[in-house]
Design a protein around this ligand. Structure first.
Ligand SMILES: [Zn+2]
Ligand SMILES: [Zn+2]
Length: 146
């Protein structure tokens, strides 16, 4: 976990959906799971996990895709860009797609999850970071919600 000290803005490819992440606790992880791969089309996804009270839309509205009964992915209904992921039935955390931030380098990756399904071509990606073959550390959710 690290502490974000300034707000971060982000948005989708077409610009119809914009959002802001407010300062506070954040964890940043590469996810190598097959669902993120299918949803993004990218060989690996990078997620910033924050308390949902610190993430809000500043323009437009999301469409949601339910992944079974367990989770849902929020995306722009116009351009299809995936912006957020959350487990359903909880209000403790939401994952923001770091690649959709205006300044993605503000949130450096801290660890890997689901390396059990990592692509061979991603094996050389940040080997110095801690890695979990499954969903990773059950970090306590940020409790600094305003
Ligand atoms: Zn869009
Ligand atoms: Zn994933």
């Amino acid at each position: 976990m690290s502490l974000l000290d300034t707000p971060l803005d982000g948005g989708c490819l077409c610009g119809r959906v914009r959002y802001r992440v407010d300062p506070g606790a954040v964890t940043v992880a590469y996810c190598h799971c097959t669902q993120c791969r299918r949803a993004s089309g990218a060989p690996v996804s990078l997620w910033a996990t924050v308390h949902p009270a610190r993430w809000r839309l500043t323009r437009g509205a999301l469409a949601w895709y339910a992944v079974g009964a367990r989770a849902e992915r929020g995306f722009c209904p116009h351009c299809g860009a995936q912006l957020v992921f959350r487990f359903t039935g909880q209000d403790e955390e939401i994952d923001v797609a770091v690649g959709t931030l205006d300044t993605p380098d503000a949130l450096p990756p801290q660890y890997h999850v689901y390396t059990g399904t990592r692509l061979a071509c991603m094996a050389a990606l940040a080997p110095e970071l801690p890695a979990w073959t499954d969903h990773g550390p059950d970090a306590p959710p940020p409790t600094d919600a305003a």
